[in-house]
Design a protein around this ligand. Sequence first.
Ligand SMILES: Cc1ncc(COP(=O)(O)O)c(C=O)c1O
Length: 420
Amino acid sequence: MRDLFDRIIENKGPLGKWASQAEGYFVFPKLEGHISNRMKLNGKDVITWSINDYLGLANHPEVLKVDAQAAAEHGAAYPMGARMMSGHTDLHDKLQEELAEFVDKQAAYLLNFGYQGMVSAIDALVTKDDIIVYDVDSHACIIDGVRLHMGKRFTYQHNDMESLEKNLERATKMAEQTGGGILVISEGVFGMRGEQGRLKEIVALKGKYNFRLLVDDAHGFGTLGKTGAGTGEEQGVQDQIDVYFATFAKSMASIGAFLAGDKEVIDYLKYNLRSQMFAKSLPMIFVKGALKRLDMLKTMPELKEKLWENVNALQNGLKERGFNIGTTQSCVTPVYLNGSIPEAMALVKDLRENYGIFCSIVVYPVIPKGLILLRMIPTATHDLEDIQLTLEAFSAIRNRLENGTYKRLSAAVEAAMGDK
Ligand SMILES: Cc1ncc(COP(=O)(O)O)c(C=O)c1O
């Protein structure tokens, strides 16, 4: 018999296998300094384009003050225990009420983390008789939530309404046999490519099929819609989203998340959401911190305006220079280039070392072979100089990619990374 760890030691997994070449630089890089448009990587200044601090709240002096006061008053622990047992406070309730009001729902419930919360929400919303229909490009937290489901599930092609309808037909037939219902899941904004989920078209199908809609609006909350209430508000269908989810890890620049919906549904989740029933409550630092951040979302529209000024300047600048930024409809700004993984590594090293630009790089198997995706997240902390420098750098690296420089350099980069 094999020792359990033999496989683990031999095969580190699809990402882990790159560790020796990539760790500390391409993956697990250490960005230092205050969270902002300019930070340090290995002691060098870089313009940062991969931090989801959309509204620039992470390092806002008013936010830092509230976080510090909460820490001084409560420490990191209070309240102890799960909400249901001993970890509940008036301020948890207050935050839920304010979040619900902000996203125009009857009630909301706090989650400690978005990822766990979404897994648990899917688990709580369905039984084995119910059918889940979800977008094939969904975030890992949705995929893992669906994995817990004991009943049938169908994927539909990414944002493809014909495919959704076909799967709704299949799901309806199946649900008629099992006696269950149907849960459709989409993201508000798909975080890699920046497309909005086609929520308006999805909810239009409610006229023909009986289903409930769960939306993960991690990237839409705070960035889209007139008030910042997210993708549902942006598309005018917030009232048709049955369960709305957002994390505090992006626009709110913190930790935590929430679900919002009709009071009866939230009351049910409160008593059935295993990630909250069997885990310690969100500490007061994050509760008070979230109240402050939410207040700023509501009262400082200039933050979202500045964000979009930067998004438009960056996306228009890239398009003017002939870059392919796909079909983004959000702040998420992907730049697609053609090249191999070693070329992508050489290119990113050049961008970081010689141009001082830090952005995320996505390659196969997340996107098709031969494509390189440089993913940028503009924030309210960026300025026009950051954008100009970045556009110039991108033009330069595209030339070097096209004239074969990175093909030649990639062997050397790989060797150097291997030495680290
Ligand atoms: C679409 C989406 N859903 C959920 C999450 C998970 O949220 P959290 O970081 O709060 O666990 C993320 C990433 O943060 C995300 O991008």
